[in-house]
Design a protein around this ligand. Sequence first.
Ligand code: SF4
Ligand code: SF4
Length: 67
Amino acid sequence: MAKIEVAKDRCKGCGLCIMNCPKKIIKIGSTMNPKGYFIAEQIDESKCTGCALCAVMCPDMAITVYK
Ligand code: SF4
Ligand code: SF4
């Protein structure tokens, strides 16, 4: 099983990771970071394949994938 971690201070809520996750398991959550952006979060860890597409697509390198 894999999972992702989003760096709260880096995410700007652009949604690119959400659009590119083949499993559709990332959403914009209700947590606002210090810059005023609602940040991305993983919905269902059990479905994550660790493909890292989300991390590759993130323009702010905010996602770390753990396999
Ligand atoms: S590693 Fe792949 S399956 Fe997991 S959240 Fe990122 S894009 Fe989705
Ligand atoms: S692509 Fe990066 S900056 Fe954009 S919502 Fe996802 S984690 Fe945040």
